[in-house]
Ligand binder design. Structure first.
Ligand code: SF4
Length: 367
């Protein structure tokens, strides 16, 4: 698992079953060996050709010379008091960068929050990832690699069900092709085998990406980072709203072909005194009319950015107004796993941690 791979060898993670078949055939081998390698890397998490005992010894040796299984490398782990582990991972392949991935254990399952870009260009004002700007897109192999590395690092404690959420660094729909190539492997029953209903992609509202996703045969659940009840408000905290304003975004949501029992999830970061009034709640109800929607309210946890914590009674009133009008609504407090409930919150946790120069912020500790 070297972080760098020479130009003369082919890195295999991120390759589809068809691409692995073609690669093996290009070596003059039988194509079905590609399916064996696909299964070994993604389903069995074997990252060393020597462990692929169903391959002939000569092929294992040749693959070790002419290809590689290069995965992100763990630079640091930070553990929350509730068991959440936030990883800093180094990705290489010519343009080295650090990204963040989070492992959240629960009683019967684990959820992995993954990044899709190093940094982000979308510039949401409540998000510290935005301050990094976009460094680069992740490749499909790096995105799949985040999940493989984190599953492997927790292999002795895994529960039967794995969820993935694309809510880490980056706007997934601005790296569409790599994200979908990764998801096809992650959601493939012969690959990493995560059930599509256990996967969610969060977007700031990139309408062309939403329209493309609507046409995918296999796709994750869709979450929209809403965070405002009017265009005036959203323009201030999410400049992307000027390009894709609320009425057009919600029109795309209304046209999104939901399957039976599927919902659109709307994330709403409550910023005290900015977007958390009862009138905001009533406007959100009107915005979401005729959409099969659930809302996650995420009360802001003050840190280095100039926003206030919302009043608790006001948060509950906001929730009550939505529920009363028939919109399922949940409060996700920003602790441990919940600090990642909206995209961009990973970098927030990291920066808050560094600013405090202690491991206590957000309940994380290094180990
Ligand atoms: S909240 Fe998400 S889309 Fe917005 S800047 Fe942060 S990472 Fe990018």
């Amino acid at each position: 698992m070297s972080p760098q791979v020479s130009n003369t060898v082919v890195n295999l993670p991120g390759k589809s079953a068809e691409e692995l078949r073609a690669f093996l055939e290009s070596l003059g081998e039988k194509g079905y060996r590609g399916a064996q390698i696909y299964h070994a890397i993604y389903a069995e998490r074997k990252f060393d050709f020597a462990a692929m005992m169903n391959l002939p010894a000569a092929l294992r040796e040749r693959l070790a010379r002419e290809s590689a299984i290069m995965l992100p490398q763990i630079v640091r782990r930070h553990r929350s008091s509730d068991g959440t582990v936030r990883y800093v991972l180094a990705i290489g392949d010519g343009q080295p960068a650090n990204i963040e991935t989070v492992f959240m254990p629960e009683e019967n399952r684990q959820t992995i929050c993954i990044s899709t870009q190093a940094g982000c260009a979308v510039d949401c004002r409540f998000c510290l990832t935005a301050t990094l700007g976009l460094m680069r897109n992740l490749t499909a192999g790096e995105i799949v690699g985040e999940v493989l590395v984190v599953l492997d690092d927790n292999r002795d404690a895994l529960k039967p069900q794995t969820n993935i959420v694309l809510m880490g660094q980056g706007e997934p729909l601005l790296n569409y092709d790599a994200v979908m190539a990764a998801l096809r492997i992650l959601l493939d029953p012969k690959g990493v085998a995560i059930a599509p209903r256990h996967a969610a992609l969060s977007t700031s509202g990139i309408i062309p990406g939403i329209e493309r996703l609507a046409k995918e045969k296999v796709r994750p659940n869709l979450a929209i980072s809403l965070n405002a009840s009017s265009n005036e408000q959203r323009d201030q905290i999410m400049p992307i709203n000027r390009k894709y304003p609320l009425e057009k975004l919600l029109d795309a949501c209304r046209k999104y072909p939901l399957r039976p029992r599927e919902w659109l999830l709307f994330e709403y970061v409550l910023l005290g005194g900015f977007n958390d009034s009862p009138e905001d709640a009533r406007r959100v109800v009107r915005l979401l009319a005729n959409i099969r929607a659930k809302v996650n309210l995420i009360p802001w946890n003050p840190g280095v950015l100039p926003y206030e914590r919302p009043d608790r009674a006001g948060v509950e009133e906001f929730q009550h107004i939505l529920i009363e009008k028939g919109v399922p609504c949940f409060i996700r407090d920003s602790r441990g796993q919940d600090v990642m409930a909206a995209c961009g919150q990973l970098a927030l946790a990291a920066m808050a941690e560094e600013t405090a120069q202690s491991s206590k912020t957000d309940g994380f500790s290094s180990w």
